[in-house]
Design a protein around this ligand. Structure first.
Ligand code: B4P
Length: 202
């Protein structure tokens, strides 16, 4: 299996690039943001609970998102790999993910971060807010709150993966195609490295 995490602050392009990566590499796309928005749209109790956090720019509690990811992993036993988008966002989520994957005798191969400066991110999110109907994208105050939460709770996740030698960052400003090319390059190199290790151990 090949498992990848796309990492980065809100609006860095994780969702945009994930769609292209899963199409090219045949991975299952797991976006906790999309899963939570689906729950909100379906007006489930989980969705109602999540909305109150998301509207304020806060993270949804760990146990809620970890349970969602666990059931998605169970529902895709034949997957050749997963692309995690917007997850893990806390060190506790990263540890839980490692445990869930080890139960399936697999692990994270690579974490790639998209580096984008905050002012560019604010512009992108406010622009998306004009058309997306996403309540967390329309207020600059909520957007700034999301960055503060990112720095405090999510950035430590990058250290967790750096310690495991799995972390790499690329420049996330440029056209969608340019960024996809850079990601593509890293992913192909990682897949080749994985295949070489597998051949050696056969
Ligand atoms: P997410 O849905 O993960 O959303 P995001 O961080 O805002 O967006 P992303 O980085 O995917 O940006 P996109 O490609 O869309 O999270 C939303 C909320 O859900 C969180 O705040 C939190 O409350 C909750 N949540 C989700 N996961 C959670 C978890 N694990 N734990 C707890 N809570 C969780 O790009 C943004 C915009 O930029 C788009 O309009 C796009 O068109 C544009 N763009 C993309 N690439 C561009 C480029 N190269 N140049 C210019 N514009 C670009």
């Amino acid at each position: 299996m090949f498992n990848l995490i796309l990492f980065g602050p809100p609006g860095s392009g994780k969702g945009t690039q994930s769609e292209k990566i899963v199409e090219k590499f045949g991975l299952i796309h797991l976006s906790t943001g999309n899963l939570l928005r689906q729950e909100i749209a379906n007006r489930t109790p989980l969705g109602l609970q999540a909305k109150s956090f998301m509207d304020k720019g806060q993270l949804v509690p760990d146990e809620v998102v970890i349970a969602m990811i666990a059931s998605c992993l169970d529902n895709n036993p034949e997957a050749k790999g997963f692309l995690f988008d917007g997850f893990p966002r806390t060190v506790a989520q990263a540890q839980a993910l490692d445990n869930l994957l080890s139960l399936k005798k697999t692990s994270i191969n690579k974490v790639i971060a998209l580096d984008v400066l905050e002012e560019e991110l604010v512009k992108r999110l406010l622009k998306r807010g004009e058309t997306s109907g996403r309540s967390d994208d329309t207020s600059e105050e909520v957007i700034r709150k999301r960055f503060a939460v990112y720095k405090e709770e999510t950035e430590p996740v990058s250290h967790y993966y750096k310690e495991h030698n799995k972390f790499e960052a690329i420049h996330g400003i440029g056209t969608v195609e340019e960024i996809f090319n850079a990601l593509n390059h890293l992913i192909e190199a990682e897949i080749t490295a994985q295949q070489t290790v597998e051949q050696r151990t056969v």
